[in-house]
Design a protein around this ligand. Structure first.
Ligand SMILES: C[S@@+](CC[C@H](N)C(=O)[O-])C[C@H]1O[C@@H](n2cnc3c(N)ncnc32)[C@H](O)[C@@H]1O
Length: 235
């Protein structure tokens, strides 16, 4: 599928939705605020930390990020999505800085961010690039010692039904239960080790969770990866 078509489908989706109220994503709340035996990172330094909400969509996680004290920046794929986001941010009175960019091309300087949230977004792979390019770009804009929080699709999710296998864990989506992402290339994962391998060039200190839901016949299985930008590797 051509890149423009992919971008148009999400821009049209966000333009059409425009809900009155938005609710945060459960794994984001649990990860940033909860205490779990296998989750380990320093939650004491949020206030004033620069947070990139990558592929922020409708901005549903901004109230949580704002309540926790982050300085919020957001990147999305089109000016139209930014305009909707700016309107939402001004309605709810939350300061955000929004820019157009992509997973493999984030319009910020090296080491700018203390944190990156990629809620259902970092595994979208543009034509002619690979997931490795996304990981490298995330590592470039995250300061050494900064933290990344990402959801990643597990291969038994319904979104993977009928997928066309490409190389290195990349797949083309053909049977999106919501009909939105057909033709997109995703990086999907089968195990925690596969996640560690994909990120370990630039990240360490992994905490990995797995949420498996079955919403009346639609399986939504997501790994949650928390990891720290390595100190001595240049991206
Ligand atoms: C499933 S939505 C998630 C939105 C939001 N983070 C949330 O959790 O509600 C995926 C988002 O990724 C964006 N996206 C699609 N392709 C992308 C790319 N190549 N780089 C960055 N973002 C992308 C879409 O515009 C869309 O808003």
């Amino acid at each position: 599928m051509k890149q423009e078509n992919v971008d148009c489908s999400y821009t049209a989706f966000h333009k059409k939705q425009r809900p009155r109220n938005l609710y945060p994503t459960e794994w984001v709340l649990r990860t940033l605020q909860g205490k779990y035996p296998g989750l380990s990172f320093d939650k004491s330094k949020y206030v004033g930390g620069r947070m990139l909400d990558m592929g922020f969509g409708d901005g549903r996680n901004w109230p949580v990020l704002n309540d926790l004290g982050f300085e919020i920046h957001g990147v999305e794929i089109s000016e139209d999505i930014l305009a909707i986001g700016r309107e939402r941010a001004s309605q709810i009175g939350i300061p955000v800085t929004l820019k157009v960019g992509r997973n493999n091309s984030i319009p910020y300087n090296n080491s700018f961010f203390d944190y990156i949230l990629a809620c259902h977004s970092c595994y979208y792979v543009d034509g002619g690039t690979s997931f490795d390019d996304n990981v490298k770009e995330y590592a470039r804009v995250l300061r050494p010692g900064g933290w990344m929080f990402a959801s990643l699709p597990e291969k038994h999710s319904s979104i993977c039904d009928g997928m066309h296998q490409l190389s290195d864990g990349h797949v083309e989506i053909t049977k999106d239960p919501w009909g939105l992402r057909n033709g997109y290339v995703f990086r999907i994962f089968e195990s925690e080790d596969e996640i560690r391998n994909a990120f370990s060039g630039y990240f360490d200190s992994f905490s990995i969770g797995l949420c498996c839901d079955n919403y009346f016949g639609i399986r939504i299985n997501l790994y949650i990866a928390v990891c720290r930008r390595k100190e001595n590797v240049i991206a």
